[in-house]
Design a protein around this ligand. Structure first.
Ligand SMILES: *Cc1c(COP(=O)(O)O)cnc(C)c1O
Length: 371
């Protein structure tokens, strides 16, 4: 008998399941399951990472000054309002630990990023879901779900896994109508992929008050997910809070160096954007030509929905693709069992994906297995 038990909430957590990453067989796989950035990182980031190899015994700069300065310069921000983390996941968790606890509620949107309820439960708070409309967060529904126990609203904008976004007007409206003592966390992990004129990643709302934070990541367009690097843009008092509770060397030196190098290669980042624009549009059209329904994504992935007929359901398509060595994300844990999330990869990868799906849909009884 185990006589120790964790704090309330911990055992209610259903552990996060990431995108599939490996198959038992040794053959080449096409990984479209984790939105990792089709082109990989810039060679400059790899070089910067390598340059750390001979000094791994040296601690990193715990204040991450150089990276914060690089971010500040790029976006015209005060570096003192930036906190870096081991992925934006760490920063989201630290915000939860700082502002919510037992008896509090943490609000998020129905198909919001799956880490939000996990983070809420990990600090003893209650995760509360607001219904969406047409696979998009809905400001009125979020506001209606606020209670006097609400402490934090987490909103991914644009959202993973739906790919949809709220306009800057809708975001301002949400902030305006939220009580001042509720922290609004805008998780803008995919901001660099969005070109829509009515989108704003969150800088303005952070600047306008004392109760909004925007988080960003190096895992998506920068394609450095394996290194764990993210940052938050915050009002000064929140920076002070996060700096109290984060561990002093929370970001490794190779991550800091690679992050700075990645930021410096604007040409590469633009190329990644163009690549995504082009192949997202191409893939979307091909999928629609196959008769599938595709949500209007502004990110580096598409949400694709299948019909419920068993032989050609999303889960059957998932298994079929896996049998061909193509990994995509099934969304049963998001309560979207009829849909798959497919990351935008390289040209060749997208063409193989479409050929495979076309084959799948053309067979009355799909034949699984390698070609
Ligand atoms: C990928 C992702 C993140 C996490 O990014 P890390 O910086 O790798 O921790 C956060 N939010 C959303 C919505 C994401 O899709």
């Amino acid at each position: 008998m185990v006589s120790i038990s964790p704090k309330p909430g911990i055992l209610d957590i259903v552990p996060y399941v990431g995108g599939k990453s490996n198959l038992s067989s040794k053959r080449k796989i096409i990984k479209l399951s984790s939105n990792e950035g089709a082109l990989g990182p810039t060679p400059l980031a790899i070089k910067a990472f390598d340059s750390c190899a001979n000094s791994l015994h040296r601690y990193p700069d715990g204040a991450a000054e150089n990276l914060k300065n690089a971010i500040g310069e790029r976006y015209n921000l005060n570096p003192k309002q930036i906190v870096c983390g081991a992925g934006s996941d760490e920063l989201l968790t630290l915000l939860c630990r700082s502002f919510a606890g037992t008896g509090d509620e943490v609000l998020y949107s129905e198909y919001g990023f799956a880490m939000y309820p996990i983070m809420a439960l990990s600090v003893g708070a209650k995760p509360v879901k607001a219904p969406e409309k047409d696979l998009s967060a809905n400001v009125e529904n979020l506001l209606n779900a606020v209670t006097n126990r609400t402490k934090i609203v987490f909103l991914a904008n644009p959202n993973n896994p739906t790919g949809t976004y709220l306009s800057s007007l809708e975001m301002s409206h949400l902030r305006e109508k939220l009580r001042d003592d509720i922290l609004l966390v805008i998780d803008a992990a995919y901001a660099e992929f969005v070109h829509e004129a009515d989108y704003e990643p969150g800088f303005e709302l952070v600047n306008q008050g004392e109760n909004t934070v925007m988080t960003r990541t190096f895992s998506k367009i920068h394609a450095l997910g394996g290194l764990r690097l993210g940052w938050a843009y915050c009002p000064q008092h929140i920076v002070d809070i996060l700096n109290r509770i984060r561990s002093p060397f929370n970001v490794s030196r190779p991550a800091l160096e690679a992050g700075i190098a990645s930021f410096s290669d604007e040409e590469f980042l633009r190329r990644s954007q163009y690549h995504n624009d082009f192949w997202r549009e191409w893939t979307k059209n091909e999928l629609m030509n196959l008769g599938l329904s595709v949500s209007p994504s502004v990110c580096n992935f598409l949400l694709v929905c299948f019909n419920e007929k068993k032989s050609h359901s999303a889960s059957s398509a998932d298994s079929f693709l896996e049998s061909k060595g193509i990994l995509v994300r099934n969304l049963t844990n998001y309560n979207l069992p009829n849909c798959l999330r497919i990351s935008i990869g390289l040209e060749e990868e997208m063409k193989i994906l479409i050929d495979s799906l076309s084959l799948f849909l053309s067979q009355d009884t799909p034949v699984f297995g390698e070609d």
